[in-house]
Structure formats: C-alpha cells, structure tokens
Ligand binder design. Structure first.
Ligand SMILES: *Cc1c(COP(=O)(O)O)cnc(C)c1O
Length: 383
C-alpha cells in the first residue's frame, strides 16, 4: 500500500525489529492545533515532504485530514500521487520545481502545481487544454532565496501572463524565506516587503487576491506580519524548533521517539579496540552492550564516539565507529540485559535525548536528522 515504506505493516505488539520509531499522534495533533490558533484566521498548510520529516507521509496526512487542515504541502510529484493513491482527498500543493512532462500526472491526480516561470505556465496551460481540464497553480515568487521562482523585480509580467492562461486557475501566490529562523531578521523583512509589493498587483487591478502564503516555521514564530492568508509549518509541526535561537512563541512538543533494545552484552578488555578502524579503546575493562541501529538506519556515522543513548534512565556513550547496522555502548560497571529498552531520541524519566543533540553530534541541523531516519525503521503510531 505504501510504496515509500519497504517493510510489512505491523502493530505495536509484533514489532519485527527492536529498532523502531514511535510517533505520538496526539502530540502531532496538539502541535497542529497550537499553530492553527496562533495564526488564526490564516489557513494552515502542514508540510509533509520527505516522509513527513521522517514521521511517515501517509499516516501524518490522514491525521491532518482528520484535523481539517486547509491544504497539504509536499516537495515532489511522487509524494502527491502517493497521497491520492491512499485516498487523501484534500488539496495538495507540490512545492518543488517541475518539468513540463510531469504536468499530465499533476492534472490526472488533481495536484496543485507550483508554477515558477513563464515557460512552465505555458506548458501547463497547453497540457490542461489538451486534457480538457483546468490546472490549479500557485505562482512562485523569488524574493531572496535564489532557488526557484520568478524574481520579485520581474514578477509583474509573470502575473500578467498567468491571468491570460485560459486553462489555468491561479489559486495561490507564494514565496519562501531564506533566514526566517535567525535572530537577525533584516533579510527576512526585506523579503516580506518585496513580496507585498509584488502581490499589490491584484489590488491595483481590483482583482481578488489569490491565496497568499509565505511563512515557514521560523516566520510563524517570529514574523506574524507574514502570516497573510495561509502559513506552511514544517519542522515545528513535528515539535522541533527550526533553530536554537528562534523565539519560541508557540509551544510545541516532539512527536517522535526513536527506540531500540539491547541485543548483546559483553565485557571488553583494556586495550582491546572497538569497531571498524579500531578507533576507540579503554585503558580498563568495561561492560558494553550492542544495539541494532546504525548509519543504514540514519543513525549518522559522523556521531561516532560523540553520541549518547538512554538506557535504564541513564545516558551512556556510543564507542567506536558507528557501523551500518549496529552500535556499541559503554556502560562501564553498570548492568544491562538483553531486551532492555534503549532510547536514541526521546525522553526518559529524568534525562532526554533531543533531535537537536543528535544534530550537534553529527554536525548538522535537526531537519537532516529527522529526514535521514531510513524507511527500514518501522513507524509505530500511538495515541
Ligand atoms: C520545507 C518548506 C516549508 C517548511 O519549512 P519549515 O522550516 O520546516 O517550517 C515551507 N515552505 C516551503 C516552500 C518549503 O520547502
């Protein structure tokens, strides 16, 4: 059923691998509601790209549909088609760049297209005419990210052309921030100014505004003036903040716990190196446990000899190189048994290991930690 997940559908009671993600649907729902209240009356388009930031595209989309979100956002066409195949009926915008030969599939599956050049508008218009349908598009304006979209200083002609395409419904117009999560908001504010100038196009011609949207998580938290008609929360929906310094004006909680279990216990003698490359050894005998998770699951190798895990309520260090499928944890003189729960991301009674911590150990950002958790790790949903 879910082509992006290559493991069988299983329930909590029959997890095949001890290594799995537990996703708390109640927390996800609460995060969504908090965002919705915060930006009201603006609409909300939860962003579900990259397997819903690791949380599972299909189940997250179903939840957002139950919660009556206004729109869904994904990055690529295939994510949109998958949502249609599993029966998601609500509007879905594909945010990424498109090629002309993809347009028939967009139309066939009733997916909203991001139009990011005049050439693409024309391709969409022609294809829609051939298929005797009307294409729904959102126009992408580049106000300072220099990625996709028509530059704000060339946008007028683009908007003009869009309105002349008979087989296109211009339902929305949007832009994307480069720095909305930073402490210095000068560039973000310049982007807002540019966007407002562009969209004054509609009012100047006494036309009804299309859906105007701009804000990602950073802007939702720090730039309420950019809410406009709709916002596009990604990472904060999952309970993770886009940066350490961002103003936490909405309280969200992490929805995901990454768990595994001890599968092996042994004593490692002083001077006996651990793991590939023999990068780590102790000058005294230690007790250790092996946990079946590795970089093949998205537990990044760059965290070798830096990461810690939670076991029986305490934090213990990962020693030696992280391998594809296994890690070794130093528990010194403590005890642990096969089957004991290991938390890789999540809360214990006293201690917790956050996505931010993993990002620090790996030298990356929380976004990459979440989206790197491989689909071979089963997702289990709890209420
Ligand atoms: C990813 C993305 C978002 C969400 O960004 P977050 O920082 O995760 O909130 C919003 N809009 C676009 C166009 C995106 O690509």
């Amino acid at each position: 059923m879910n082509s992006s997940v290559n493991h069988p559908i299983i329930s909590v009671d029959e997890i095949i691998r001890p290594t799995h993600l537990e996703i708390n649907l109640k927390t996800l729902a609460e995060n969504f509601k908090k965002i919705k209240e915060h930006v009201s009356p603006a609409k909300v388009m939860p962003i579900l790209k990259a397997n819903a930031y690791g949380h599972g595209l299909v189940r997250t989309a179903q939840l957002m549909e139950e919660l009556k979100a206004d729109y869904l956002g994904v990055a690529v066409l295939e994510e949109g088609i998958l949502l249609r195949e599993v029966g998601i009926k609500m509007p879905v915008l594909v945010l990424g760049g498109i090629l002309g030969n993809q347009v028939p599939l967009f139309l066939k599956h009733n997916l909203t297209i991001t139009a990011h050049s005049i050439e693409k508008l024309k391709q969409i218009d022609e294809t829609a005419a051939q298929m005797k349908t009307k294409a729904k598009v959102h126009l992408k304006i580049d106000t300072g990210l220099e990625r996709i979209g028509v530059h704000y200083y060339n946008a007028e002609n683009f908007l003009d052309v869009s309105l002349k395409c008979k087989n296109i419904e211009v339902e929305g117009v949007f832009s994307h921030f480069a720095n909305s999560e930073s402490e210095d908001l000068t560039h973000a504010k310049l982007q807002i100014e540019r966007f407002l100038e562009v969209i004054s196009f509609f009012e100047k011609r006494s036309l009804k505004n299309p859906l105007r949207h701009f804000s990602n998580s950073g802007a939702i938290l720090q730039l309420p003036e950019a809410n406009l008609d709709m916002v596009r929360p990604g990472i904060m929906l999952y309970g993770v903040y886009p940066s350490a310094g961002v103003k936490k004006t909405v309280e969200v909680k992490p929805a995901l716990t990454w768990k595994s279990s001890v599968v092996y216990f042994k004593v490692i003698k002083a001077g006996h190196p651990v793991g590939y490359g023999s990068t780590w050894q102790s000058d005294h005998d230690i007790r250790s446990v092996t946990v079946p998770v590795g970089y093949g699951d998205g537990y990044m190798r760059s965290m070798s000899s830096k990461a810690e895990v939670l076991l029986n309520g305490r934090c213990y260090p990962v020693i030696g190189a992280i391998s594809m499928d296994q890690i070794v944890v130093n528990i010194e003189n403590d005890s642990a048994y096969n089957g004991d729960e290991v938390i890789l991301i999540g809360n214990g009674k006293k201690n917790s290991i956050t996505v931010e911590k993993l990002a620090e150990w790996a030298g990356t950002i929380p976004y990459e930690i979440l989206t790197s958790i491989n689909t071979r790790v089963p997702r289990v949903y709890v209420e």
